[in-house]
Design a protein around this ligand. Structure first.
Ligand code: GLY
Length: 348
């Protein structure tokens, strides 16, 4: 990214400044049906003349077909290589819009305005763009940093509580892998009470940016950001196949954080007291995901399909104490099953 993200009430005015300086040949704005209704009107006064495209909201529209819609719209409006695309939305809009911008005429400038907590602390930071393909999440994409990112915490007031809680799992994760004092500050934070998010987001984004700067293309330390995701993603993927039992990404990550913390404790990397502390913070926000013991086998099988694995080894990030992640930890299928059993049986 050319400049660090602007985070706070000044974000809309800073967006206007950036757009003035960028002086694009034409300005394009991408939103989805939710953000076109709830967020775009609050930015309108800060946007110079532009074209707006509203796509359907939801992960099911994070497809190449929607990309074709975006590319056709840019083409119909004769966007040239000096055009600029502003993406206003959650992870679907910022990932998909970033991918469309990176590939249209081999790349036009893109600006992210993430509107969910998940996108503000994670998806819109770090330059991962892409879409889902043939049932695989983020299967097609490129690394491409946006020109700039503007994070306006007031947009979080427009979110359903469940969506807000989902993003909070990534806040917990960032603190656990890299910043013990930040984790201590999460005790007692009541997500549903709409706290002032600015400082929490600033801190969480700084942790992620620091990691991404060291390893933009995920050959080393960026794997720390996968903490909670090996087992979390397995739970999310399995429940996606069970109609009516789907969970939000962050809900599954919160469960994954507990399972992978338990595995860390099993390897004596984490103390029993630390595990209890982590379980306490997770429990303050997340209800336990229900699955039967019989289902642990099917869930564990998904962990073997994770795109972060190499050959038959399940690659996981664990904790060596609160605030210190360790990546490239090989775990077995039996360990994944045992961690799911712990989660299933634990009084959470
Ligand atoms: N969401 C993990 C990463 O950006 O690497």
């Amino acid at each position: 990214m050319n400049t660090p993200p602007v985070i706070g009430p000044e974000a809309p005015a800073a967006l206007a400044d950036l757009l003035r300086q960028a002086a694009p040949s034409r300005l394009f704005v991408l939103a989805d049906t939710n953000t076109a209704r709830d967020c775009y009107p609050r930015l309108l006064a800060h946007l110079p003349a532009h074209e707006l495209l509203t796509i359907e909201a939801g992960e099911e529209y994070k497809t190449l077909a929607t990309c074709a819609e975006v590319w056709s719209w840019l083409t119909a409006h004769q966007a040239d290589r000096h055009a600029l695309l502003v993406c206003i939305g959650g992870g679907v809009v910022t990932d998909l819009g970033g991918f469309c911008a990176a590939t249209y005429k081999r790349g036009i400038r893109c600006v992210g305005v993430p509107t969910t907590l998940l996108a503000q602390v994670d998806a819109a930071v770090g330059g991962k763009t892409g879409v889902d393909f043939e049932g695989f999440k983020n299967h097609i994409g490129v690394f491409q940093e946006p020109e700039a990112v503007f994070i306006y915490p007031a947009f979080l007031q427009t979110l359903p509580p469940r969506e807000l809680r989902s993003g909070y799992a990534e806040v917990i994760k960032h603190a656990l892998i890299a910043d013990a004092p930040a984790f201590a500050q999460l005790h007692g934070l009541r997500v549903d009470a709409q706290p002032d998010w600015t400082a929490t987001i600033q801190h969480s984004v700084a942790i992620k940016e620091n990691i991404v700067t060291q390893d933009p293309h995920e050959s080393g330390p960026r794997k720390l950001l996968n903490f909670g995701h090996t087992i979390g993603h397995a739970i999310e993927s399995y429940l996606l196949t069970q109609p009516g039992r789907e969970v939000r990404h962050g809900e599954a990550v919160a469960a994954g954080i507990l399972c992978e913390s338990w595995l860390s404790a099993q390897r004596n990397l984490l103390s029993a007291g630390e595990l209890t502390e982590i379980a306490g913070v997770v429990r303050e926000t997340f209800a336990k995901i229900q699955f039967s013991q019989l289902e642990t086998e099917a869930i564990a099988a998904y962990a073997t399909h994770d795109k972060k694995n190499r050959a038959d080894v399940i690659n996981c990030t664990l904790l060596h104490g609160i605030g210190r992640g360790v990546y490239d930890q090989a775990i077995t299928l039996a360990e994944v099953r045992a961690a799911l059993d712990y989660y299933h049986q634990a009084a959470l």
